[in-house]
Ligand binder design. Structure first.
Ligand SMILES: NC(=O)c1ccc[n+]([C@@H]2O[C@H](COP(=O)([O-])OP(=O)(O)OC[C@H]3O[C@@H](n4cnc5c(N)ncnc54)[C@H](O)[C@@H]3O)[C@@H](O)[C@H]2O)c1
Length: 278
């Protein structure tokens, strides 16, 4: 018997927490650039009664994304998408951050949006970083939202001279994710499907641990110590939001972004984390 199919990209902590919460009874096609990560996560899940097929995926490649979707379609109708693959500012250079987090996410939303089942639902993991960057102009926001995917990386605001460092590239990529979700929600809606993004703050995962040990380690540790929650979050808390967005209680939510950061962004603008003029 064919099962409904859930595509999950990123065999990391956040992707797996959402897959465990929403994927029971579905065929889960799990794509990751590291087949080791995908296979290890699939084993843990399959040993717990899930049905996970690991697939090698490079989110920065349209061909690789199309292969992943073709693999999923062999199994049945694609009813869910969870995009939790990505690289952080301490893990990759500017070019790779833009190619994976910005371009790859845009292509994935576009391509899955062409085949998602009626009533289907997706979430993509953005970041609080997209909220912390100063506002862009309405024209720049519209460019990030609507520029055809193959032209995105040629936009003036994404050219090397206009990007300060890897954190700035990450912020732009995550802002783009949120804008892309808004534009895609209109297209997904034509198929009776919904798509939203979740913007986590610091969530303890290997990616965050790389940040704690990277050049901005003290900045991040200070951020969760001084935010209203006073601690980092967990992948299971991100899955709580995904459960709302992907389930029936989220039926009226699409094209939206949900910030889950323990109040760090609030504190960055109006509290103890506010950058002081030196
Ligand atoms: N952990 C945090 O504090 C945090 C905060 C905000 C946003 N995020 C976002 O959450 C998402 C998931 O991160 P996580 O914390 O679960 O990290 P993680 O390191 O646990 O997992 C990320 C996974 O993505 C995979 N990956 C990297 N590049 C890829 C590519 N080109 N194609 C396919 N797979 C690739 C990695 O191999 C890894 O398995 C990322 O988009 C990240 O930016 C994380």
């Amino acid at each position: 018997m064919e099962k409904d199919v859930m595509i999950v990209t990123g065999a990391g902590q956040i992707g797996m927490a959402i897959a465990r919460r929403m994927g029971y009874g579905k065929k889960i096609i799990l794509g990751d650039k590291s087949s080791e990560n995908a296979q290890a996560a699939a084993k843990v899940m399959n040993d717990a009664g899930f049905d996970v097929q690991p697939v090698e995926l490079d989110l920065s490649s349209r061909d690789s994304i199309l292969d992943l979707i073709a693999e999923a379609e062999k199994e049945g109708e694609i009813t869910m998408l969870v995009n939790a693959a990505g690289v952080s500012p301490s893990q990759a250079p500017i070019e790779a951050i833009l190619k994976v987090d910005l371009y790859g996410t845009a292509v994935l939303l576009e391509e899955v949006g062409k085949v998602i089942a009626q009533g289907g639902v997706g979430v993509t993991i953005s970041s609080q970083s997209g909220h912390r960057m100063p506002q862009l102009s309405p024209q720049e926001d519209e460019q990030l939202a609507c520029t055809p995917t193959e032209e995105l990386l040629s936009l003036e605001l994404l050219q090397p001279g206009n990007i300060r460092d890897t954190l700035h590239a990450y912020q732009l990529a995550k802002r783009c994710n949120e804008k892309r979700v808004m534009a895609e929600a209109v297209k997904w809606g034509e198929r009776g499907a919904r798509i939203n993004s979740i913007s986590p703050g610091i969530i303890v995962t290997p990616l965050a641990i790389d940040e704690f040990n990277g050049p901005r380690g003290d900045f991040y540790k200070n951020m969760f110590a001084k935010c209203p929650a006073g601690r980092p979050g967990t992948a299971d808390e991100v899955a709580n939001v995904a459960e709302l967005l992907m389930g029936g209680k989220g039926a009226f939510i699409t094209g939206a972004d949900f910030l889950i950061d323990g109040g760090a962004t609030a504190s960055y603008f109006y509290g103890p984390l506010k950058p002081r003029e030196s």
